[in-house]
Design a protein around this ligand. Structure first.
Ligand code: AMP
Ligand code: MG
Length: 336
């Protein structure tokens, strides 16, 4: 069975093709890189509309299959930016109708977790999902992926991007800060905001920008931002692991590519007799393969979605998804 998945919740539009053994046959994507300022939802949607058909062709080409070999079409139904989600949903509907194959809408956050379970050895992990727009600590509990902690304001990636951009260092900020942090020597005091199981990054961003204005070196600030933000993430992840008694931690989202974050989470996991898993970089960032794989899992478990139920949901919560493919029960009443 082959599933083609389309991702397009924010800056990246991606098309992936996977088979029933979770083999990623293709994973093509294009990312909008705004020259100035943040992502404008409509500009990102236009970017996705422009690239989506060539990307579908490219993915089929790379996978070495024809469009008519595809059995299921999946798309990112949310959460994300409305115009981007609608563009991708429209493409997915058109493809599903043209090929006369079922369509499934996938929760983007759940997809990050499922692709990690598929391509690493972890079975039942806590996911530390750290991307541009999202920061969540997610684990499977009583039939659903539940959010045990999350950001109260901006995603950690967004914080890194804003800091780099506002100090004139370009986009995306994460890798720029990672490189600079290696040269940092002094740990400067920055707000450490953990509130219960949640984290907040906007105070840290403001304080980091103030240090920059005062003439502190970019390297020292980058180092301090990473150490502080990643320690916050480790704290809530560890607490969630203890609470739900999981001994695996999976990283997902673009920020999961950061070696220092990986090192800190690995140390935390090791200290408590747990293991850390990191998917390959191309499957950490937003990508079509994770949507395809999760769509395939859903379809195989009996999830059927009518075209009129493919409306996108900008605020699609992780714990709204009935994870039928992980529990014994199948989808209650398949809609065909
Ligand atoms: P995503 O939203 O999951 O596609 O991931 C994009 C985010 O990942 C952006 O905010 C990037 O700055 C961030 N990112 C990418 N590579 C790294 C890295 N090496 N370290 C930290 N953040 C990164
Ligand atoms: Mg993402």
């Amino acid at each position: 069975m082959l599933c083609l998945g389309i991702e397009g919740t924010a800056h990246t539009v991606g098309v992936g093709v996977v088979n029933e053994s979770a083999k990623v046959l293709a994973n093509a994507y294009e990312m909008i890189r705004p020259e100035k300022g943040g992502i404008h939802p409509r500009e990102a949607a236009n970017h996705h509309a422009e690239h989506i058909v060539p990307l579908i062709r490219k993915a089929l080409d790379i996978a070495g299959v024809r469009a008519h070999d595809i059995d299921v079409v999946a798309f990112s139904q949310g959460p994300g930016l409305g115009p981007c989600l609608r563009t991708v949903a429209t493409a997915a509907r058109a493809l599903s109708l043209t090929l006369d194959v079922p369509i499934v809408g996938v929760n983007h956050c759940v997809a990050h977790l499922e692709i990690g379970r598929a391509v690493t050895e972890c079975v039942d992990p806590i996911l530390l999902y750290v991307s541009g727009g999202n920061t969540q600590v997610i684990a499977f509990s009583r039939g659903r992926y539940r959010v045990f902690g999350e950001t109260l304001d901006i995603g950690v990636g967004n914080m890194l991007d804003k800091f780099a951009r506002e100090t004139g260092h370009g986009f995306p900020g994460g890798p720029i800060l990672e490189r600079a942090a290696k040269e940092g020597k002094i740990l400067l005091p920055l707000p450490y905001s953990v509130k219960g199981m949640d984290v907040a990054f906007s105070g840290l961003l403001t304080a980091a920008l103030a240090l920059h204005k005062k003439g502190e070196s970019f390297e020292n600030i980058a180092f301090s931002v990473q150490e502080t933000a990643f320690a916050m993430l480790c704290e809530v992840t560890e607490r969630a692991m203890a609470h739900v008694e999981k001994d695996e931690v999976l990283l997902g989202g673009g920020v999961a590519r950061n070696r220092r974050l990986q090192e800190m989470v690995d140390t935390m996991a090791h200290d408590r007799g747990a293991r850390m898993f990191v998917p390959p970089g191309d499957l950490c960032i937003d990508n079509g393969a994770m949507i395809a794989w999760t769509g395939l899992l859903m379809h195989t478990a009996g999830v059927r979605v009518a075209i009129e139920d493919t409306v996108v949901d900008q605020r699609f919560r992780t714990d709204e998804v009935d994870v039928v493919w992980r529990s014994e029960k199948k989808a209650a009443r398949p809609v065909t």
